[in-house]
Design a protein around this ligand. Structure first.
Ligand code: CTP
Length: 319
């Protein structure tokens, strides 16, 4: 069969940042986008050669025991011990075991969602994935409320919950966790050593207050496997973002995938300013050399997949 062309251009990615967003025009929502099922299936098969979302979405209880030593993926010289709490929260079986959905939404955190009116459309998908515990209640009209899986990088505890310095912040986090109401909370606990205490605090809170969430902690091989898949397709990412990880995993159990809130550019398609996150004042940092991400490069790949019908990107208003 034909190749999946994700990065068609062979020229080096010379980026003129002055008008980056102009070059990423996506057709209006209602125009002729069609799902390409053959291509989606081919992508699923290809990704399965690198990882299996059903397995790699979480380490399972049977494979670790308290006291086991884990080397951080990005800090190989640093280790952590599997705590009793972490062990308790490991799932016995994969939260995605035998799961299949007609359509899935992956909601990125770009400010492009503001005034999109996409909430209802997002909530209508069978499975909704969100990133980094982004708030929904106050933004429901634009981002929806339904949450089946939400990710939480340990750094979120610092950025959005003041490292739980006092009872007020602990209560805030607790409320947010309670509101998840049985959905999957996906915590990359083994990536970088900086998150050690933060992961432990969250684990403790969940157990102490009997929070109704299904915790999942991605496998040690997931990051490299995802990166391997994209590198093989000539998408030269450094470290995949949460959003790209979610798309890669979703190909396994979603027939059609719809992306919202993916727009790593400071101007929208009409040249109006766009916030980096829809819910806070964090600034664009991805362009700096220090950033581990290459979001515009990822976006280019996703845009190409959109044009081929393998996924649908929405970067403007919903109908
Ligand atoms: N995203 C995007 N454009 C933005 C912001 C986010 O496309 N302006 C997408 C990215 O795929 C990102 C996901 O939405 O991974 C979730 O956003 P965020 O919480 O910022 O994700 P992180 O990958 O954790 O990025 P960071 O390292 O900046 O926290």
């Amino acid at each position: 069969g034909a190749e999946v062309v994700i990065n068609g251009s062979s020229s080096p990615a010379v980026v003129d940042r002055s008008n980056e967003s102009i070059k990423h025009n996506i057709q209006p929502a209602s125009s002729k986008w069609r799902h390409n099922q053959t291509l989606s299936l081919r992508i699923r098969k290809q990704i399965l050669k690198f990882l299996d979302a059903e397995k790699d979405i979480s380490v399972l209880k049977g494979t670790l025991k308290p006291g086991d030593i884990i080397h951080y993926i990005f800090d190989r010289d640093s280790t952590m011990n599997v705590s009793q709490n972490l062990y308790e929260l490991l799932p016995r079986t994969s939260p995605l075991k035998n799961k299949h959905f007609g359509t899935c939404a992956i909601v990125g955190n770009s400010g492009v969602l503001l005034n999109s009116g996409c909430g209802q459309e997002i909530d209508a998908h069978s499975f909704v994935i969100r990133c980094n515990l982004a708030p929904v209640q106050e933004y429901a009209r634009d981002v929806g409320l339904k949450t089946d899986l939400v990710t939480m990088n340990p750094s979120v505890i610092q950025r959005a919950f003041e490292d739980l310095v006092n009872a007020t912040w602990r209560e805030k986090l607790l409320q947010r966790l309670h509101s998840l109401n049985g959905s999957i909370l996906w915590i990359p606990a083994f990536m970088a050593r900086g998150g050690k205490e933060r992961v432990e605090w969250v684990n403790e809170l969940i157990l102490k207050h009997h929070v109704n969430v299904r915790t999942a902690y991605p496998s040690l091989r997931l990051l490299h496997a995802v990166r391997g898949y994209w590198l093989t397709n000539k998408v030269h990412i450094k470290r995949p973002t949460t959003g790209l990880l979610m798309y890669t995993l979703a190909t396994r159990f979603c027939k059609q995938i719809y992306l919202y809130g993916f727009w790593p550019f400071p101007l929208d398609q009409n040249q109006n300013p766009v916030k980096y996150h829809y819910y806070d004042s964090l600034k664009y940092g991805y362009t700096s050399q220090a950033s581990p991400h290459t979001m515009p490069l990822e976006f280019k790949a996703l845009k190409s997949l959109h044009e081929q019908g393998a996924l649908k990107l929405t970067v403007g208003q919903c109908d």
